[in-house]
Design a protein around this ligand. Structure first.
Ligand SMILES: NC(=O)C1=CN([C@@H]2O[C@H](COP(=O)(O)OP(=O)(O)OC[C@H]3O[C@@H](n4cnc5c(N)ncnc54)[C@H](OP(=O)(O)O)[C@@H]3O)[C@@H](O)[C@H]2O)C=CC1
Ligand SMILES: CC(C)(CO)C(=O)C(=O)O
Length: 310
């Protein structure tokens, strides 16, 4: 299976790098500055699961069509931020010939409508990942903490040769993964958790541990989580008790230094996926008639951040 990964940032760089490290046929579609850095320094991963320094193949938008003409890719992994989605869709389009599969690993759900419209629903797998990773100033992928897993599957359920083929690549690379036969539910499990984490940690500009150490902090996180759980249920995807309890424990854990990647982006003064995650969850709450004052506060707060950021 030939894999093209758009983006060599926190997620694409980590998972694509691990695949390349294991000998999988992986190419990164990156912009010229990143291509130059990768040619010069290789793809460097700093991780509690093991550091790596990998020579990787890259293409840029200018060279992709020629590369595809020589040998098409089988799977395109999309690992951009949501605010880069339109340009990323245009960038990967030359690789999306007949029978080619795309798997996004972005957070949130809104991107599927745009991907389906452009490439056809049957060509788009469901995907998500659990990791805390960032592109450090020196260009290395900094993996923070130990979790690093991917979950993916056919959006209409069941399994398929393409899902099994990618699972085999992950297995060979030692990537923790789940080839799910109910990826739609997995997406809601993650979205309801992540929207709570992003809304809570961005609103308070603090880690989970700092929030829950404050008077009323545990109740705040639990109530915010309940708002997101109510939205999931209203969307016909109630979160199963097991997943709900694991999420709740993580969102209220004393001493936890966990924060959403959105808060890391905000702290560095960068763009945030506010509309894609917190805004989308609040819009869904409003459409379903669910009272969600904490989500609303976080969404207003993030919009103000974006306005001030310019
Ligand atoms: N980081 C994390 O811990 C986690 C992130 N996620 C989600 O994963 C998604 C990706 O996040 P993350 O990996 O952190 O993001 P990063 O910003 O670290 O990496 C995204 C990369 O995509 C590249 N890119 C964007 N558009 C294009 C384009 N048109 N052509 C080529 N390259 C492009 C960017 O390149 P350039 O540098 O040139 O702009 C950037 O390096 C997000 O939806 C995020 O919410 C999910 C779980 C954890
Ligand atoms: C919740 C977490 C850390 C899981 O991968 C995440 O997706 C994010 O912070 O963006």
């Amino acid at each position: 299976m030939r894999v093209l990964v758009l983006g060599a940032g926190g997620t694409g760089g980590y998972f694509g790098g691990r695949l390349a490290q294991s000998g999988a046929d992986v190419t990164f579609l990156v912009r010229p500055a990143r291509a130059q850095a990768l040619a010069r320094d290789g793809l460097r991963i700093r991780s509690p699961l093991g550091d790596a320094d990998i020579a990787v193949r890259t293409v840029t938008a200018d060279t992709l069509a020629d590369a595809v003409a020589r040998a098409p890719y089988d799977l395109v992994v999309l690992s951009c931020k949501a605010y880069d989605l339109d340009a990323a869709i245009d960038a990967v389009a030359p690789a999306m010939g007949a029978g080619i599969t795309l798997m996004p690993i972005l957070n949130g759900l809104l991107h599927y409508a745009a991907l389906d419209a452009r490439f056809g629903r049957g060509n788009v797998l469901g995907g998500l990942c659990f990791i805390s990773a960032t592109l450090a100033d020196d260009g290395a992928i900094e993996h923070l903490g130990r979790p690093a897993s991917m979950t993916f599957g056919e959006r209409d359920g069941g399994t398929s040769a393409r899902v099994e083929a990618f699972a085999a690549l992950c297995a060979r690379a030692g990537i923790d993964h789940v080839a799910s036969d109910d990826i739609a539910q997995e997406q809601w499990n993650k979205f309801s958790f992540l929207a709570t984490l992003a809304a809570g940690t961005c609103l308070m500009r603090a880690s989970v541990g700092a929030i829950v150490a404050a008077e009323g902090g545990v109740d705040f996180m639990a109530a915010l989580h309940d708002e997101c759980l109510a939205v999931a249920a209203a969307e016909g995807r109630p979160i199963p008790a097991g997943a709900r309890d694991i999420a709740r424990a993580g969102l209220t854990r004393a001493g936890s230094d966990v924060k959403a990647s959105m808060l890391r982006d905000l702290e560095s003064g960068g763009r945030v996926e506010a509309a894609h995650i917190v805004g989308d969850m609040w819009h869904r709450a409003r459409a379903a008639g669910i009272d969600a004052p904490r989500l609303q506060a976080a969404w207003v707060h993030l919009q103000c951040y974006e306005t001030v950021m310019g």
